[in-house]
Design a protein around this ligand. Sequence first.
Ligand SMILES: [Zn+2]
Length: 450
Amino acid sequence: MSTRRTFLVAGAATAAGVAASAAPARAAAPDRELRRILKEIDPARIEAIVRKLVSFGTRHTLSVQDDPVRGIGAARDWIFAELTRYAAASSGRMTVELQSFIQPVSPRVPVPTRITNVVATLRGSVTPERIYVVTGHYDSRVTDVMDAVKDAPGADDDASGVAVIMELARVLATREPESTLVFAAVAGEEQGLYGSDHMAQQYKDAGADIQAMFSNDIVGTGNAHDGTRNDPRTVRLFVEGVPTSETAAEANTRKSTGGENDGPSRQLGRFVKDVEPDDMNVRVVWRRDRYLRGSDHISFLLRGYPAARFTEPRENFNHEHQDVRVENGVQFGDLPEFCDFGYIARVARVNASALWSLAQAPGTPKGVVIDTTQLTNATTLRWQLGTEPDLAGYEVVWRETTASDWQHSLPVGKVGTVTIDLSKDNVFFGVRAVDTTGHRSPAAAPKPSS
Ligand SMILES: [Zn+2]
């Protein structure tokens, strides 16, 4: 393994305009294929999906499963049939499965209940073992979380997210992403994230290399319908800092190095922001989720996978988890009339941009360490060389410890180690991989190592 030693004058790292250390290039400029993908995402199809899902009356996890027109079973069968139809255009690359299990009695599940995720997997053409997952949950609820009978339209929460993953599956089925993409409509979310919990555990048991997961949950509109300004170009992305799965030993390392803002999900958040489409603003929120709330990304975080959650910019809680009713002239309920289908399409494009850029880029570098055997003012980084056939090399990125995002990048070639004349005590470092067409991976923060 060759070593490259790179010298920068100490001051150069913080001075703007130094050629080698200027602000980093975007993770990826949208390539031609991505621009076509974004164009094909269709608000009219998204509207049709949301209205169809609402038409099943309720999609409560405990609702009827064998009625052809009402209840979660009818919704499940329709989603499966649609995804199967999309997969027909994939030349066999996309497969669709019903992933079922029996959820035992739990706080919000009074009798053992079959829960089924509908999962479309588009196998990668070059590095199929590397997987990116996107979900929406197709179950719904009303005011009483145990009420499986009343109409629970769940248009925003979360037919909107299901419409995102279905439209992505349709548009991407005809493409050949280099890595594997998984589009999943999960169930049991409102009862306790049970569907995604099962799915994440299946992946964990199989040793799957999931490098990113996104939950789209409540992505229906930028208009809260509460008199505040419409914000149709913003979507929030909730990303945790300290990993949910952190062990005691990892916590000790983090405390000693100040790593609380450099977990894998934070790096994913930086990446998504970096590749956001020009007409959308990803408002990254440095929290796992909103107060008192959760979503399916937590199932993946619990297993150590980088994950994040998309949500509309400002919610109207009269329209979520509510019986459909009018009270004092106010309409309650999660109805499709409160959705903006153009907005949902834009959120789908944010997802498409992130997923395509991730799938086409090399994987996030693994085994990244910072040499701490000696007290020096230089920094030596090491990592495992990736095996992607189009891997061009690596970039070291860094930022001031008080900065939110990477400020500098330095191409270092196709090497597994580099020494930079810049003190590890004063900045945060990351390493990312670059392919021959300029796609960049998310950065990986180094762990201290002898
Ligand atoms: Zn939800």
